[in-house]
Design a protein around this ligand. Structure first.
Ligand code: HEM
Length: 790
């Protein structure tokens, strides 16, 4: 192993500044890492673009060579290379985590320890440098040769990529190195680790359980072969076999003040670190190595089979992909890009390709006509926190067991909401619940107007809508000042920020290990949410009576307990997964409907002439004496058109929940491999100039016939807001009916306006559901005197 000795003078110097107390060592490391990474990325990007250009040109000339390249690229050598890339990625994670921990550590000992761990990992990365350099260079050359038709020589398969890989130096790709200095060992306990640490540096191989085992269980000091005290971080938190990397003793050159080139006795890093040993050059080397190795991962990308093309799309940066372009309003950015690249395009988020679908016909083709192929969900890391990883909506599952759970949820929902109910005084339970809540809101809004000049109705809408879904799922209504309910429903923005399509932390593995406030809030919301639901579910278990099923929760518990003989046990939902269904229904059931209603109220206030038309229709069809009912829906075409236009114009769910292909497939002639993440841009479909005339104007009339007396079903069906196909929203009817009943009940009674002179900003804020900025300037007044008064 060679060390960049020219950098050594600086190393100690830099490090000593850190220990002299001017600034924590870790801060230099972190800053250095960030800055160097950045410049390194830029350089790498430029060279990559150049290489790609050359390959592209050559590949165009000799297309028939492509098969050979992909055959070779899938060889076992490449798999080995990819393993190394994984190791490198994991090591970099160790570096970043260690540095982050060092930042957080308040005592010097711990800080040094974390820095030491980070540096050890960096050094391991450094070891990969030679390998990375050579393979990246070779691969570039080989791909060019292959593309140019020069890779296949007389030696048949002895030539080309495989042949060149064989030229790699002995020992590669076999990492950890074996040989005189380094070997892989298994240690079973701390004393063995100390023993090993006496003559070697020990580093636990970061594999899957990396971070679980990352907290060092014990630190041991013992005399080494060189007589120094050794610091052996032992990461084996649990007893049992732990694979470790045993590094060769690291030589280092002159310390500060010693003549250049002086070599001291080998010392393990643990001893050396407090005195200092790291340079910007090494950080750069490590970062560059990592980037190079990541470039290699691009060979993992599947190529389209002969005769098919991969979807076009904008070129991205290594490691980041198109993340920088997408960080603000991705629905708008992707709509713009779709004009250039078409309805099926590919962007990269982090290093993951994402296919983005636009255009209603293309979306229908994928979600309806090729429904099975596009019904999957990607395996996104943040989703493990939703319903403990068992969510119906946010989880990778989509097999038979999932299908059975979805069906069960649909049936239970229907029974306790829109199905005709013999016990309800209204036409169905949903109507009864919404009428109660909407009447409460009318009274509350008038009371607020008496107390204040103007107010924000959204938090009241939220609790009322939450009460409807609570009534359906739990048979329970909460007071509007119930702190327990408020603490759950008021955190919907924190949920939506992370669950929105394109959250970088879901696509860039490194970000998962950096402090991330949004992700911490997301975990917290989900934990609180689950605790809230679990308490209610437990209560239902203890009062459950199979002869008297009260609500959705009872109905699901009943299903669990039946465990019918004859039912396929493989698709029989477990108790836990059944309970998570309630979690999902409650979660999906209030934020969506509340947001839809709050847009309706805003549009009604912004366009008073439209509001008046709705009220005229309500007066004419229902009158002022009785409350609106679900059965009135078909007789209120203008009101229906208004709701459709509010859905279309706001596109409050700009994307569906991300989808994923379940198998290799072809859409519009483009090849999309299995497990590709797919975003469905609902916003684009709802603002597509090919479909909608003047899409940015708010015009309910676009859904009516020329006379304005009938709703056009064809136009209504073009609004895309509940998704389509096998993942279509299961609460669609409930959602549409709730919006209708709340809105008509409120508008029948109240006139809504915005306080004069107040500016409102209705720019949608990007998230899973898009809302306008909170606005305190709603005003409401009674349209006509209540019965009995005046
Ligand atoms: C205006 C109200 C609503 C809107 C706009 C809406 C929209 C959506 C959208 C766009 C999806 C994703 C579809 C996809 O990924 O392709 C979805 C899924 C879902 N929605 Fe809704 N929703 C609403 C109300 C509700 C309600 C009231 C419930 C339950 C009571 C509900 C339960 C669900 C569930 C469980 C899923 C997941 C379906 C799956 O992954 O298979 N939604 N909704």
């Amino acid at each position: 192993m060679s060390w960049p000795s020219a950098a050594r003078g600086q190393i100690t110097h830099e490090y000593q500044r850190g220990t002299a107390g001017e600034a924590p060592v870790s801060s230099y490391l972190v800053e250095g890492l960030v800055v160097l990474f950045h410049s390194c990325l830029q350089q790498l990007h430029e060279s990559l673009v150049e290489i790609q250009k050359r390959i592209h040109v050559a590949a165009g000339e000799v297309a028939e060579q492509r098969d050979e390249v992909s055959r070779v690229a899938s060889s076992s050598h490449i798999h080995k290379l990819i393993d190394h890339v994984h190791h490198a990625e994991q090591l970099l994670v160790v570096v970043v985590v260690a540095l982050a921990e060092a930042y957080g550590a308040d005592d010097v000992g711990h800080r040094h320890h974390h820095v030491a761990v980070g540096v050890e990992a960096l050094l391991l990365l450094h070891q990969l440098q030679e390998f990375g350099d050579q393979v990246a260079g070779l691969l570039g050359d080989v791909l060019l040769q292959e593309a140019a038709g020069g890779g296949r020589g007389a030696g048949g398969d002895g030539e080309g990529l495989q042949g060149v890989l064989r030229q790699l130096p002995a020992g590669f790709p076999h990492f950890p190195r074996v040989g005189a200095e380094g070997q892989t060992l298994s240690i079973r306990n701390v004393s063995e680790a100390v023993e090993v640490g006496a003559s070697h540096e020990v580093f636990r191989l970061p594999h899957q359980g990396l971070l679980d085992g990352f907290q060092p269980a014990e630190h041991h000091h013992g005399p080494g072969a060189d007589g120094h005290l050794h610091h052996v971080p032992v990461f084996a938190a649990q007893p049992g076999e732990h694979q470790v990397w045993v590094l060769p003793q690291l030589q280092h050159t002159a310390q500060h003040g010693e003549p250049a080139g002086t070599r001291r006795a080998a010392q393990p890093l643990g001893c050396v670190l407090p005195a200092g040993l790291i340079s910007a050059t090494e950080v750069l080397v490590a970062a560059a190595t990592f980037c190079l190795l990541l470039l290699l991962t691009q060979t993992r990308r599947q190529h389209a089979p002969k005769g098919l093309r991969s979807p076009p799309g904008p070129r991205g940066l290594p490691m980041l992909g198109n993340v920088l372009e997408l960080r603000k309003d991705p629905h708008l950015v992707l709509t713009r890009l779709s004009r250039k690249y078409g309805d099926v395009m590919e962007v990269t988020i982090g290093s993951r390709p994402v296919v983005v679908l636009s255009g209603l016909e293309t979306i229908k083709q994928a979600l309806v006509r090729q429904a099975e192929d596009f019904m999957g969900r990607p395996d996104l890391p943040s989703w493990q926190y939703v319903s403990n990883g068992h969510s119906l909506a946010f989880s990778y599952e989509c097999g038979d067991a999932w299908k059975a759970r979805r069906k069960l949820a649909q049936n239970a929902l229907k029974t306790f909401s829109i199905a005709a109910s013999p016990t309800a005084s209204s036409s169905c339970l949903l109507e009864e619940h919404v009428s109660t809540e909407a009447s409460y809101l009318v009274t509350k809004f008038l009371q607020l107007m008496e107390e204040k000049q103007s107010f924000n109705p959204n938090s009241y809408l939220m609790v009322s809508v939450a009460n409807v879904i609570c009534a359906i799922c739990f048979g329970k209504r909460y007071d509007h000042d119930d702190q327990e309910l408020l603490s759950v429903v008021n955190m919907n923005t924190e949920f939506g920020d992370v669950a929105a399509a394109g959250n970088p932390a879901d696509f860039i593995p490194l970000l998962r290990y950096l402090p991330n406030r949004a992700m911490a809030a997301f975990k917290d919301v989900n934990a609180r949410f689950s605790a809230f639901v679990q308490k209610i579910v437990q209560n239902h278990y203890s009062t459950f009576d199979k002869e008297h099923i009260r609500d959705v929760t009872d109905s699901l518990i009943g299903h669990c307990q039946e465990k019918k003989t004859g039912e396929d046990v493989r698709v029989q939902p477990s108790d836990e997964s059944i309970i998570s269904i309630v979690n999902d229904l409650f979660g999906a059931g209030f934020d969506t409907v509340t947001t839809a209603l709050s847009w309706c109220m805003m549009y009604a206030a912004l366009y008073p002439h439209i509001q008046k038309k709705i009220q005229a229709e309500l007066d004419q069809t229902i009158g002022r004496e009785r409350r609106p009912r679900l059965s009135d829906r078909g007789m209120l075409p203008y009101t229906e058109a208004f709701i459709l236009e509010a859905f279309r114009h706001s596109s409050l769910l700009p994307f569906t929940i991300p989808h994923c292909t379940t198998k290799d497939t072809v859409l519009n002639g483009y090849y999309i491999p299995k497990d590709t993440c797919v975003f469905i841009n609902q916003w684009q479909a709802n603002h597509d100039e090919k479909i909608w005339k003047d899409p940015s104007s708010f015009k309910p009339e676009r859904f009516l016939n020329a006379a304005g007396t009938e709703l056009s079903r064809t136009e209504a069906d073009k609004v895309l807001i509940f998704g389509l196909g096998k993942r279509r929203c299961i609460g669609e009817s409930i959602g549409r009916w709730e919006v209708f009943l709340f809105l008509t009940t409120i508008l029948q009674q109240l006139e809504i306006s915005l306080a004069p002179g107040q500016r409102v900003d209705i720019t949608p804020q990007y998230g899973l559901t898009m809302k306008y900025k909170q606005c305190e300037c709603f005003q409401m007044k009674k349209r006509f005197p209540s019965k009995g008064s005046a």
